[in-house]
Design a protein around this ligand. Sequence first.
Ligand SMILES: O=C(O)C(=O)C[C@H](O)[C@@H](O)CO
Length: 254
Amino acid sequence: MKAPENLFKKRLLAGESLHGLWLSMASPVASEALSLVGFDWLLFDTEHAAVDLAGVQPLLQAAAVGTAQAVLRPAWNDKVLIKRALDMGAQTLLIPFVENAEEAAAAVAATRYPPHGIRGVAGATRASRFGLTSDYFAVADREIAVLVQIETTSALERLEEIAAVPGVDGVFIGPSDLSASMGFLGAAGKQEVQDVLKQTAARIIAAGKAPGILATNAADARRYLDWGYRFVSGAVDLGLLLRAAQGVLADVKA
Ligand SMILES: O=C(O)C(=O)C[C@H](O)[C@@H](O)CO
């Protein structure tokens, strides 16, 4: 049996735009159902969601049923959290709060086996199909995608040096944290923030890496895609549920 190919990485590096959905409910049922909708990727958040790593493996198993590739955000840029996420079979990681090239390089090193990095070696993990694959150790490094998240104005100043780190496949912007860092907490839609988001996409592209971003609705997602962002989350699961529920309540009461 061959180790799984990382289709997210393959398609991103081939220049495709990949449409995603941000999941924070940590529900295996939602994960399975939403993976069948046709999205290219689903983001599983463990930074701000009420889930620890033991709850992540069922989410990945559920997502594998459909078309969507799993992207996992560890709670922090931490070599142990990264190692455990990789062992569970996550091949694409979104690393939060990367401030400089050293932190980006540390994130990449945490995903690579020696001599290229410091990832610990385990034989029978979900990543290697429980040891049944013949080539996992040979291809593991190549099949892992590292997306680094820039969340502050100081990181933005160092964007080019962060993007230049070998092994960084994409640079992701979290509009909430970036707008807060710019002094506009809770106001990512403000023109000053939107102008920066537009310029940032161009800078990431000029640096030779794929830009990604979180949108919470389709109109924002389309605008970001127009600006050049190539892995864009079009909504958040909880937001979708609440908007639909509010709509039903309003319709029923009308
Ligand atoms: O800054 C952001 O935007 C993010 O990092 C996403 C947030 O954590 C949150 O809005 C996800 O639900």
